[in-house]
Structures are given as C-alpha cells and as structure tokens.
Ligand binder design. Structure first.
Ligand SMILES: Cc1ncc(COP(=O)(O)O)c(C=O)c1O
Length: 287
C-alpha cells in the first residue's frame, strides 16, 4: 500500500505534500485538472485526457509544464505505486504561488500535483434501479469546456441534489439541456439517443465519446443536437455518463418517473456494451 503523490518534481507521501498558501490555485482557483480512470494499471484514453488538459491550459493561457512523454512517466509512477489496480488518477496544474494580484505574475512557476484515488464505479443496485436527479438553472460561466479547478458553481449545484436526496443536478441554460454538475447527459426518445453537442457550454466528456462510439457499433441511432428542456422532461430514458459513473440511468427527474421509472432497454444495451468494452479494450484483453 502506498499513498505516494507527485508534487513539483518530488514523489512523497500525501501527508507531507504542501503548497504555499499564496498558490493561485488556493487564492483564485486559477488552475485546471483531469481525472483519468485506470484499469489493471492501464490509464484509459490517456492521450484524450492529455489533449483535453492541453485545451484547458490553452483556455486559461498557461503553458503546459510537461511534454506528453513526461506526463506519461509521471502518471505511470503514481499508478504503479498505488494500492489499487483499478484507480482514478487526479492531476492538477495551477498558475503557482505569487503575490496576490488578479493579473498573471510576470514569472510563472506552475504547481503540478498528481495523486491516485480509489475508483468507485456504480454499485449493482444503481445499475439495476438507476438514480434520481433534479434540474437547475445552469448558472456557471461561459467556458464550461475548460476543466478548471474553479468548481464553486458545480459544487453548489451538486450539493442541491444531495440536499434533495438525489445523485445529480441536470443543468438547463436558455431552455436547453447542457450537462450534469459533474457528468454528461444523454436522452432517448422513440429508440433514438440524443446528446448536446460539444460547445463552450459543456465539458467534452471522454465517456461521452465512448458512448457515441458504442452506439455506432451497436447500430443505435444517435444525434448530437440542442435538446430543449421539454424533451428532457418527456424522454423515455435519461442517462448520465462520466469516467467514474460510467453509464448510469436516471429514473426519476424532479420527483417524476423517467419513462416507466425503470432503466430502459437502450440503457441496458449500451451499459452491457460499455462493460464488454471495458473488459476487452480498457483492460487490454482483446477478447
Ligand atoms: C461538468 C462535467 N461534465 C462532464 C463530465 C464527464 O467527463 P468524463 O467522461 O471525461 O469523466 C465531468 C466529469 O467529471 C464533469 O465534471
């Protein structure tokens, strides 16, 4: 067992990892992050996650402190040292410590932090029964495609669902579905899957891409288009997806049953395809 983390060039126990209180991540939430699922100690779609990290860094105008090869070897060491063969790697880059001033410091020393976490995937009863969600107005900023550590809006939105005894808050902006507080959202109507397209108003989910690919392989029609709130409320099925939630059925929305209140047939099909994919491809066992 190890609780080794990486911080600015050093590998050390989590309890010994320290950042200065003037770190702009602490003062302003001035940083970006990634969560990468790891199966059998193999990071899943690492290149996609590192591409999204680059997009986030570009979005906050912060140079990438590491090359692809450097990221791969830093992550590999953390994965190797962790106690779990399935895990989630969390990595964060901030604009580093500097005297407090909103404007960027002239000389930036970014803070780089990497740790491994236990990967908790949905329990069998969640797969069997689905989860409840509420809706809320999407009151986040206009750059939700940046995976920033400034997560206060997401935190408050997520807490509303906890307060309501629900698993997620599904967000509506200008009458259209955007995403969950920490997940992508799909709807199904009359056998057709739909999801909001990538834009500045949603995070480009890596699991979203997997579901789009699997729907293609399964021959199930899927459209990426704007989804009015009424379509969300009248959907036969609603799913949420993320690296840790995989595909989860939403079976109650704002206290009302979704469809017949049970996970639907297309959920069961795509969930099975996802599990097969996970065991055959994510774990590197091709059949
Ligand atoms: C706001 C938001 N949207 C979507 C997702 C899903 O992204 P991924 O599938 O890459 O985990 C997340 C994941 O945490 C998220 O925080």
């Amino acid at each position: 067992m190890s609780d080794l983390v990486y911080l600015n060039g050093e590998y050390l126990p989590l309890a010994e990892a320290r950042v200065p209180v003037l770190d702009r991540g602490f003062i302003f939430g001035d940083g970006v992050y990634e969560v990468i699922p790891v199966y059998d100690r193999q990071p899943f779609r690492l290149q996609h996650h590192l591409d999204r990290l680059q997009h986030s860094l570009d979005g906050i105008r912060l140079d990438n402190p590491h090359s692809l090869e450097e990221w791969q070897s830093l992550i590999a060491r953390i994965v190797e040292a962790a106690e779990w063969s399935d895990q989630g790697v969390y990595l964060q880059v901030t604009r580093g410590p500097a005297p407090r001033d909103h404007a960027f410091p002239k000389v930036v020393q970014p803070t780089v932090f990497i740790m491994a976490m236990a990967l908790t995937t949905p329990r069998p009863e969640v797969v069997a029964n689905g989860v409840a969600a509420i809706t809320a107005a999407d009151n986040r900023w206009q750059h939700c495609d940046i995976k920033t550590t400034s997560l206060l809006a997401n935190v408050l939105l997520r807490q509303s669902s906890v307060d309501a005894g629900c698993a997620e808050t599904i967000l509506i902006r200008d009458g259209l579905l955007t995403e969950g507080s920490s997940s992508s959202i799909f709807v199904v109507k009359d056998g057709v899957i739909a999801a909001p397209p990538h834009s500045n108003l949603v995070l480009p989910g890596i699991t979203y891409d997997v579901v789009v690919e699997l729907a293609g392989q399964e021959g199930v029609p899927l459209t990426m288009r704007a989804i009015p709130e009424a379509e969300l409320r009248n959907a036969d099925e609603i799913w949420l997806t993320s690296s840790t939630k995989e595909i989860t059925a939403v079976t109650r929305l704002d206290g009302q049953p979704v469809g017949d209140g049970r996970p639907g047939p297309l959920f069961r099909r795509l969930h099975a395809a996802y599990q097969t994919y996970k065991h055959q491809v994510m774990r590197g066992r091709n059949g």
